[in-house]
Write a protein that binds this ligand. Structure first.
Ligand code: TRP
Length: 361
């Protein structure tokens, strides 16, 4: 049986560097590795609506932003199926059946749901759809028989929940669904890129993001105002690299060849860090180096985006064709699920014969 990827994002904003290191970069590598038979990348608009019911316009506007970010990062619609969740109605029906396999207390214990409820200050007014989104996410994954879900560590409880649903479904109804595995980012710094202010995560509301679609000047400003070591006041002061955002970003983006290209005074990141810790190395120099590296990364992304922006109808067409293809696959899984649950009454000749015999007694 082949290896299949399903992954996706909620379209609540443009994608940023945190998304890039946490998932996008890896997706493109996986796509081009040839190791996967099928790759599905989902714009999770229905999931985004679970906590944005009163603001559907935000989701509507960001579908195209996310699609443009995908395409400009190198997601290739000839190799990966990009689709919109709400256009695959089969996902809802799967979720409806999976709901019977999960307890309320199990959902309440889901760490991702727990933190997200706190983050959103829902307290006692949690929308049911939001509370149950791990179930809907299990449908997303299983509908495509995904073996592999590349995602950040925050998604681990979601995948675990999906695996439990699969095991329970297969246990009751017979082997039907595929148990997925999470594929975590491979570099520790990539697990979670902090915001430019040093806060744990990039978030639009904190204004600490570097977006893939930011201009060169916007990126420069963000880098130059990045949080470093507050005790590193004069150049000669020894500096700390742990918790220093500039160095965290270098851990995520710097490759040895960047030194030869942009800063031949050093030959490795370890050497640069050692100098910084000893003292005598100013923040501005390190920031300029980081800026050069980020620009090298972001320039081609920005240029590809510009090209796609000239033909928005073509982007919608990609999404439409992707959604149709996705729908076909999900419908196949749903048919198997219905058969396994024995709710495929009209296709069940045996049932009809058996019931006839019963009533003809
Ligand atoms: N929950 C994911 C996020 O917040 C988005 C998502 C929805 C997803 N369905 C998925 C990710 C299925 C992986 C697999 O970004």
């Amino acid at each position: 049986m082949g290896k299949i990827i399903l992954t996706g994002d909620r379209p609540t904003g443009r994608l940023h560097l945190g998304h890039f290191v946490g998932s996008l970069r890896r997706r493109v590598e996986l796509q081009n590795s040839g190791l996967f038979d099928k790759i599905f990348i989902m714009i999770a608009d229905a999931q985004a609506l679970t906590d944005n019911a009163d603001n559907p316009e935000k989701i509507r506007q960001n579908i195209i932003e996310v699609a443009l970010d995908y395409l400009s990062c190198g997601i290739d619609p000839a190799k990966s199926t990009i689709f919109i969740q709400s256009q695959v109605a089969e996902l809802c029906e799967l979720a409806f059946y999976y709901m019977n396999l999960v307890t309320v207390s199990r959902l309440q214990r889901n760490p991702t749901v727990k933190t997200e409820i706190q983050m959103r200050n829902f307290e006692t007014s949690i929308p049911v759809g939001f509370f149950t989104y791990p179930i809907s996410q299990a449908s997303d994954i299983t509908a495509f028989r995904a073996t592999t879900v590349p995602a950040g560590e925050d998604q681990q409880p979601m995948i675990e929940q999906a695996r439990e649903i699969v095991r329970r479904f297969n246990g009751i109804y017979g082997d039907t669904l595929v148990e997925p595995e999470i594929l975590l980012p491979d570099n520790a710094a990539c697990m979670r890129l902090p915001g430019t202010d040093g806060k744990a995560k990039m978030s639009k509301s904190l204004g600490n993001c570097i977006y893939l679609s930011d201009t060169s000047e916007e990126v420069r400003k963000r880098v130059m105002s990045m949080y470093t070591d507050p005790d590193h006041i004069r150049v000669e002061d020894p500096g700390k690299v742990e918790g220093n955002t500039v160095f965290t970003y270098l851990d995520a983006f710097c490759r040895p060849e960047h030194f030869a290209q942009y800063w031949p005074d050093y030959s490795s990141l370890d050497e640069l860090k050692a100098h910084y810790m000893r003292g005598g190395l100013g923040d501005v120099k390190v920031k300029k180096f980081l800026y050069a590296i980020l620009e090298e990364l972001l320039t081609p992304i920005r240029e590809r985006r510009k090209e796609w922006e000239k033909d928005i109808p073509a982007v919608f067409d990609i999404l439409k064709r992707g959604s149709e293809a996705a729908r076909e696959v999900a419908a196949g899984t749903l048919a198997d699920v219905r058969r396994a649950m024995r709710i495929d009454y009209f296709d069940d000749a045996e049932l009809i014969a058996e019931q006839s015999r019963k009533f003809q007694g």
